[in-house]
Ligand binder design. Sequence first.
Ligand code: NAD
Ligand code: GLY
Length: 356
Amino acid sequence: MTQLTVDLGARSYPIRIGSGLINKAEEFTSIIKTKRVVVITNDTVKPIYLDTLLTSLADFDVSAFSLPDGEQYKTLDSFEKVNAYLLENNCGRDTTLVALGGGVIGDLVGFVAACYQRGVPFVQVPTTLLSQVDSSVGGKTAVNHPLGKNMIGAFKQPEAVVIDVDTLNTLPAREFAAGISEVLKYGLICDKAFWKSLIENQQQIKALEQSFLIDIIYKCCAIKADVVAQDEQERGVRALLNLGHTFGHAIEAEMGYGVWLHGEAVATGMVLAAKTSLNRGYISQADYDEIKQTIAAYDLPVDKPEEMDCSAFIKHMMRDKKVQNNVMRFILPSELGQSQLYADVTQQELEQVLDA
Ligand code: NAD
Ligand code: GLY
């Protein structure tokens, strides 16, 4: 087991990464400080991992609640259902919630933990690659609104993140690829050597070789922990973690939540951001080709939905959380392995990228 810390003073917490962690009671007894524990999961993850986790939580007064699976259930309605379960079972503030699942469950449970009785502790047990490298770390929690992705939420840091890499063995290939999208993102934001290693080691990573998986998860969590420690509430550098997301969230919302996976939309979004950078002369044609080919080689989409034109993107992008004073702001590669925030991208530039 390897461990990192998200350094937020009194609210610092560990990220533990290893094999078989959900089978180990001490992973949880050493973290959870309340007697009462409620595990929240979904109907896909439940039959695979819930019993194992409940056995490891046997020292606690533990119960579980399961939601239907899918991005389309990351809603205020599901939020209400979890709150109702907690109230019906007389859960007080001395209850720890455990989010067992991917980013949908993690974001939703985190938001419940932020709100239920004005806040209860929670632990992230992420079971998708995407949630292990990104969503479980950093305390962004939310549900979707029909008019926009992650529009209702809160910052709420977990007590700990327990990453059991063995859970990736049951993850469908399409979901694994979606997780790789966020992994590639870290390379493009701030680490060219990491980016190159993801090209070099593609075969081993796609074959789920455990030492490679642990290495990339550790690297991504280390980058994210560092960014979050500098800028917990995204007033500056944390916005860089949104590379590809402005375009990607528009695709998710326009196509209907769950039609494009989040990671798939981000993958195409990163290609669109890279194209904008190419047109601005920040990256070379060879860099752009490398970005597009690498994303495609990890079985991710690189072309926007045909039916979405520039105006369809702009409609959603105007609601992006980075918009300030009615001006859209984009994270773009400033060179290969570096990204920056730009507030001067014009409609004409967007048309060149999105209507070409
Ligand atoms: P997800 O939670 O929908 O999980 C993907 C699928 O895999 C689901 O069908 C799930 O049931 C299944 N699954 C989960 N673990 C499994 C396992 N071990 N074996 C088999 N099946 C398994 O999707 P995701 O990609 O994990 O997360 C996407 C969500 O995360 C989006 O809502 C996105 O907005 C959010 N997100 C949040 C942040 C953040 O900082 N909070 C960052 C990135 C993404
Ligand atoms: N996934 C973007 C962030 O956590 O800030």
